[in-house]
Every structure is written in structure tokens, then in C-alpha cells.
Design a protein around this ligand. Sequence first.
Ligand code: ADP
Ligand code: MG
Length: 283
Amino acid sequence: AAPVAFMGGMSRAARAGIIVKSSGTLEQLARARTAAFDKTGTLTYGQPRVTQIHAEGMDTDRLLRLAAAVEQYSSHPLADAVVDRARQDGHPVPAADDVEEVPAHGVRGTVDGQVVVVGSARYVARETGATPPRPAGVTGVHVAVDGHYAGYLALADELRAETRATMASLRRAGIRTTIMLTGDGEHVARHIADQAGIDDVRADLLPQDKVEAIRTARPRPVMMVGDGVNDAPVLAAADVGIAMGARGASAASESADVVITVDDLARAAQAVHIGRRTMRVAW
Ligand code: ADP
Ligand code: MG
């Protein structure tokens, strides 16, 4: 292949805010047949908002304050939304002690002498032995206090404006299958996938399940697009890992083959188009 063509492709990509780390990546992009995506922050804006609060055995203000008290130490998008809502409602957010974040599950800590556990239905179920109710079509952030189920905050996140067109553009560039990988529940995942025009949904996944899903995905090569927080191992497992790096998710950026430096999912499809064009010129 002509090195000049590769350099042209890489600089064309760079001008579009797409950092391609090696020329071999352009070839893999050109040949990619499956495209997988993280949901939160990648297909959606990743700026969820609290839309409803359901408390059991206490009032909703207290539930919100306790949840915000531990969530203020987490950088997860759901955590930010909970803290924002507490501040908006004018609640002072108390400090928490012994805070521990469990990636892909949630966070726990001690607030006013009570143990508060906040996170996925699975995580809170394990803490309480209760089966938390699942709000329909939205993400539930569940709360347990001293081992008792205390309710949930319902959060909704919006599909990116460019997501649907990006899936269509990827198909025109030779992608045969699109897959969503998410730690969120099946119902929310399906709802977002339908809006996005995504073929296949894998929900309730832990980080290691996402890696396994990438390893077994067919047809290959497989490209994976993620926005960061827990996505580094998944990006590394893909034939082409693409990090949406606008928010400076450095761990993900380091294990990625491509870093997109603007907050625009359409650049993932553009990267494939540039790869294809480069290969046509190079041979
Ligand atoms: P996604 O695959 O959607 O990016 P993650 O793998 O980051 O999601 O997290 C999986 C699930 O774990 C989330 O949907 C949420 O239920 C729960 N979770 C993780 N961290 C937190 C947190 N700090 N606060 C509340 N819930 C959390
Ligand atoms: Mg994520």
C-alpha cells in the first residue's frame, strides 16, 4: 500500500476531530462488518435527568438527600443527575463516610450513621434480599438504607440527535450488524435501540460480559464505540476500539485505536468512510 495514502487518510480524519493512532486501523475500519456501542453517553447524551422519585418507608425528599449524599463522590452520569436534582430542589446534601464505588453496580457509604447503598436493581437486591420494582422505560437508581429497600429515582436519558443517521451511514459503509451493549435493564435498552435503529440488544451486562460479547460478535472485524467510564477493556477487546473522548475519558482513550475529540457520534461513521476511501486510493 502507498504510505502517502495512509498519511492522507489519517490527516483527513484528524481534521474532522478523529485521531487514528496507526495506519493499520484505517484498514480495519474499512473492513469492519459489525459495529457495537455502549448506550449511556454514546448512543445517548449521557446526561440523564431524574423524572420521578418513588420512596418506601420515608418521604421522597429524604430518599433524594440520602442518595445524593453518597452519589456526590461518584463521577457516573447517573450520580451527577441525582446530585443535580437534590441541589435544584434546594436540599443541602450531607457528607458521607466510608464511601465505596463498585463499578457497574453503584456506590455505598455511611450517612448520619446509616448505611446507604445506591445503584442498579441487581446491586440493591443483593443488599436487601428484596426484589426492587422496575420503573417502565426509564433507568432506576435504587436505594437501600440499613439493609432495607427504600425506593428508587427514575432517570431518563435522551437519544443523541445524530444516532439514527449514524446507524444508516454505517450500513452504507458496509456494516452489517449493529449491537448495543449496556449495563442498564432490558426494557430501557430496547426502547433506546428501537429509536436508534440498532439491530441487536445486550442488556444487564457487567464489564466482563461486554468483553465476552465483543469477542464472540460476528461478522468480524468488529468495531466498538464507547464513551469512557468503564469501557476501556471492551475497547481493547474490539478489532477497532473507538473512544468518544470529548469529555476526557483518559483510560478509555488510551486503550482505543481511535479517539473522537468532538462530542458527535456521527464521526464514528465518518471514520469508517475515511478508512474505505483510503483503502481505495492505497491499492
Ligand atoms: P452503561 O452500560 O449504561 O454505560 P454502566 O456499566 O456504567 O452502564 O453501569 C451499569 C448500571 O450500574 C447502571 O445502569 C446503573 O444501574 C448502575 N450504576 C453504576 N454506577 C452507578 C452510580 N454511581 N449510581 C447509580 N447507579 C449506578
Ligand atoms: Mg457507559
